[in-house]
Design a protein around this ligand. Structure first.
Ligand code: S3P
Length: 430
């Protein structure tokens, strides 16, 4: 429950580790030849889902609850065992889609399932191309939904033009391609996040990137990749919005990953006139990292479309909140993918911010926010979607009157979110 907008926001926060990189560091090191230390993996429900599945496939992972260091004993490229039970991916699309690509290359039977949200999300986008490579995959509703049954092995490389810009699809194909006969090439309509390419290359995988797509040829082994996981820009984004929209705010965010395939939100904030500064730019584990400072800003409306969309896909609900503080119409388009996330995020944004007084018109591929929209507190339901839970929490900090959020699910990616939110209002440093 958030009672009224705090008078001042002063915060210095250590941003939680990146979720995408955490998943990948466990999955890729599980098939490496050797032992790895992962420092600061994200302690969250989604990453725990990945670790649970890998352990069920026989991978030895030492990561006690709450420990900020994990050890993985790689099984080698061909060392996974058939699990004696279904693999439960929880709420995590990254777990299900990446494991689909990996297991499609293994001559074992695997059954992948997840919670109600994940069982409703589109899987044909990975099933189709991986089947074309030669794997047997079945799913519910005409092979489009989980649970999925996979019997893999004997793959051949293909040339694949993905209809969606999705790092999960691309990563599934690259994992399968490591095992396929011949080359596998993936092209996407717009560039999605490139952590998989960076990490697999660092592990010695034969992957090349260029204008004609990402190409992988069969690997004989992967070198283990020990790394320290940088902060997640998607978890920094709620504070960037709070800092920019609140009339008396200064927020310092430490150690944020600024990989250019992920920084669409920084470009959107700049286009809207937000006061955002990047400090101490450096490299951590092959990824660019910076500290970020955001201060109260006068915002103007903007249009978000095209290549910006995949670079800010998980932050677009927060753009709707930013737009409530700008005078004029802010347009988000080319973002039909929003409707295929943990919830239908176009619908969910309108449900949450609409209940708080925002004027938003939905479209098939996005929304238009008619700002400015003064917000008042409300009781809202986040539909079990962590990004919507955080959106509602930040909106509550910017609204008159009290807000409560049901089914916020922040544990999926940011278990200490509510604690950090309280800190930001009290000015307590992390
Ligand atoms: C992710 C890719 C994105 C993103 C998701 C994490 C990843 O999904 O929305 O939160 O780690 O690869 P898509 O690849 O489906 O766009």
């Amino acid at each position: 429950m958030i009672s009224n907008r705090p008078a001042r926001i002063r915060a210095t926060l250590d941003i939680p580790p990146d979720k995408s990189i955490s998943h990948r560091s466990f999955i890729f090191n599980a098939i490496a030849s050797g032992h790895t230390v992962i420092e600061r993996p994200l302690e969250s429900e989604d990453v725990r889902s990945t670790v649970r599945c890998l352990r069920a496939l026989g991978v030895e992972i030492d990561w006690p609850e709450g420990a900020d260091r994990a050890e993985v004993k790689g099984s080698g490229l061909h060392g996974l065992f058939e699990s004696d039970d279904v693999l439960d991916c929880g709420n995590s699309g990254t777990t299900m889609r990446l494991l689909t690509g990996l297991l499609a290359a293994h001559p074992i039977l695997s059954v992948l399932t997840g919670d109600a949200s994940l069982r409703g999300r589109p899987m044909a986008r990975v099933i189709g191309p991986v089947r074309r490579m030669g794997a047997t995959i079945l799913g519910r509703r005409g092979d489009t939904l989980a649970p999925l049954v996979i019997k893999g092995g004997n793959l051949r490389g293909i040339d694949f033009d993905s209809p969606v810009a999705s790092a999960q699809v691309k990563s599934a194909m690259l994992l399968a391609g490591l095992y396929a006969e011949g080359a596998t090439t993936v092209r996407e309509p717009l560039q999605s996040r490139d952590h998989t390419e960076r990490m697999l290359q660092a592990m010695g995988a034969p992957i090349t990137t260029g204008d004609s797509g990402v190409r992988v040829t069969p690997a004989t082994r992967l070198e283990p990749l020990s790394l320290r996981v940088p902060g997640d820009i998607s978890s920094a984004a709620p504070w960037l919005v709070l800092g920019a929209c609140h009339p008396d705010a200064e927020v310092h965010l430490r150690g944020v990953n600024t990989n250019p395939t992920r920084t669409g939100m920084l470009d959107i904030l700049a286009a809207m006139g937000a006061k955002v500064e990047l400090l101490e730019e450096r490299l951590t584990g092959g990824e660019p990292v910076a500290d970020i400072v955001v201060r109260s800003s006068q915002l103007n409306p903007t249009v978000v479309s095209g290549g910006l969309v995949p670079r800010a896909i998980d932050e677009l609900p927060l753009v709707a909140l930013l737009a409530c503080f700008a005078e004029g119409d802010t347009v988000v388009r080319d973002a039909a993918e929003l409707r295929a996330k943990e919830s239908d995020r176009v619908d969910a944004v309108i449900h949450v911010l609409g209940a708080m007084g925002a004027k938003i018109t939905p479209n098939d591929d996005g929304f238009v926010v008619h700002g400015p929209c003064p917000l008042r507190g409300a009781r809202v339901h986040a539909r079990g979607d962590h990004r919507i839970g955080m959106l509602a929490g930040i909106a509550g900090m910017l609204a008159e009157g009290s807000t409560s959020v049901d089914d916020d699910a922040v544990g999926v990616s940011y278990p200490t979110f509510w604690e950090d939110l309280r800190r930001s209002a009290e000015g307590v440093p992390a």
